[in-house]
Design a protein around this ligand. Structure first.
Ligand SMILES: Cc1cc2nc3c(=O)[nH]c(=O)nc-3n(C[C@H](O)[C@H](O)[C@H](O)COP(=O)(O)O)c2cc1C
Length: 310
C-alpha cells in the first residue's frame, strides 16, 4: 500500500503537499499544457492587485550561478480581469485555488482580499506582504511586526470563507518575530520564504543588470536559508500555535521537499524550478511519495518536524 500524501491547510484539503509558488506559473493556463493541474495539492496564482499593473521596466529577470534575480514589479491583470477571465477557468481544474494578494496600502489589501473571498472558487488567500507600504515611506509591510499586525488584522476582519495564509519576507532581522505577529493577527498558515534582496552587476558596463537596479534572489541558492527559517519559525512559534508552514525556496526534487517537511513544513511550493522544467512540481510530488514508500512511512504527516537533532 502506498503512503497517504494528503494534507490539510486551514480549510483547504490537498491531495498532496505540493503547490506552485506565486508568480512562477501565471494563472495556470500555460502550466496546464504540461500536466493536469489536479495533480497538484493546490495552485497559487501570480499576485493580484486592485488595478492592472504592467510591472517594472526590462530587463527584469537575470540568471545567477545558482538561481535568478527578478524585479518583475507585480505585473498582473488586476482584480476585475482576474475574476472575469482567469478564475472561471481555474476553478474548473479540480485543484484548490490560492490567490496571492498584494497591495500598497492596507485599504488595497482589504479590498482585493474581500472581493476574492466573496468569489466562488477561491479556497485560500496568500498575502504577499513583501510590498512597499506607500503610507510608510515605502518600507515593506513585511519588515515591521507592527505593520504585519495592522495589515493581517485588517484583512482578517474582512475575510470570512477563504483560508488566510501570510507569506513572509526573509529580508528581516528576526523572522520569528514576524511569524508571531502574523499568527497573532489571525494567519491560519504561513508561507516562507519570499525572495532575498539581491543585486547583479555587469563589471564591463559598470551598470546594474536589472533596470530596477536590485531584485529578489530565488532558486537553489536560497534553499539553506529557507530551511533555517522554516526550522526556526516551526520550533519557536508555529508548532505551538498549531499553524502550518508552507516551505518555499529552491525546491527542485522530492528530496528537497522532504527536507522542508523535516524542518517543520506541512506543505511546499515549487517556483524557479518550473522555469527549468515545467513539470518540476508534479515530479516533486511523485518524489515525496516514493521517499515515503522507500522509507516505510504510512503518512506524509509523520515527516513534519521530524528532523533528528542531537
Ligand atoms: C519571476 C518570479 C515572480 C514572483 N512573483 C511573486 C508574486 O507575485 N508574489 C509572491 O508572493 N511571490 C512571488 N515570487 C516569489 C516566489 O513565489 C517564491 O517565494 C520564491 O521565488 C522562492 O521560491 P523558489 O526558489 O522555488 O523560486 C516570485 C518569484 C519569481 C522567481
Amino acid at each position: 500500500m502506498s503512503a497517504a500524501v494528503n494534507v490539510t491547510l486551514g480549510r483547504i484539503a490537498m491531495r498532496n503537499p505540493v503547490m506552485t509558488a506565486s508568480g512562477t506559473s501565471g494563472y495556470g493556463q500555460e502550466l496546464a499544457e504540461f500536466f493536469e493541474l489536479k495533480a497538484l495539492g493546490a495552485f497559487v496564482t501570480k499576485a493580484i492587485t486592485r488595478a492592472e499593473r504592467l510591472g517594472n521596466e526590462t530587463p527584469r529577470l537575470v540568471e545567477t550561478r545558482a538561481g535568478m534575480v527578478n524585479a518583475i514589479g507585480l505585473a498582473n491583470v488586476g482584480l476585475e480581469v482576474f475574476l472575469k477571465d482567469k478564475l472561471p477557468w481555474l476553478r474548473e481544474q479540480g485543484v484548490p485555488v490560492i490567490v496571492n494578494v498584494a497591495g500598497s496600502t492596507i485599504d488595497e489589501y482589504v479590498a482585493v482580499a474581500s472581493a476574492l473571498d466573496g468569489a466562488e472558487g477561491v479556497d485560500g488567500l496568500e498575502l504577499n506582504i513583501s510590498c512597499p507600504n506607500v503610507k510608510a515611506g515605502g518600507l515593506e509591510f513585511g519588515r515591521s511586526d507592527k505593520a504585519i499586525r495592522d495589515v493581517v488584522g485588517a484583512v482578517r476582519q474582512a475575510v470570512k470563507r477563504a483560508t488566510l495564509i501570510v507569506k513572509l519576507t526573509p529580508n528581516v532581522t528576526d523572522i520569528t518575530a514576524m511569524a508571531r505577529a502574523a499568527i497573532e493577527a489571525g494567519a491560519e498558515a504561513l508561507t516562507l520564504i519570499n525572495t532575498l534582496s539581491g543585486l547583479v552587476i555587469n563589471a564591463r558596463t559598470r551598470r546594474p543588470v536589472l533596470a530596477n537596479v536590485f531584485g529578489g534572489l530565488s532558486g537553489p541558492a536560497i534553499k539553506p536559508v529557507a530551511l533555517k527559517m522554516v526550522y526556526d519559525v516551526y520550533r519557536t512559534v508555529a508548532r505551538e500555535a498549531g499553524v502550518p508552514i508552507i516551505g518555499v525556496g529552491g525546491i527542485q526534487t522530492g528530496a528537497d521537499a522532504v527536507e522542508f517537511l523535516l524542518a517543520g513544513a506541512t506543505a511546499v511550493q515549487v517556483g524557479t524550478a518550473t522555469f527549468v522544467d515545467p513539470r518540476a512540481s508534479v515530479d516533486v510530488a511523485a518524489g515525496i511519495a516514493s521517499y515515503l514508500d522507500e522509507n516505510g512511512f504510512e503518512n506524509v504527516s509523520e515527516l513534519i518536524g521530524g528532523l533528528r537533532v542531537g
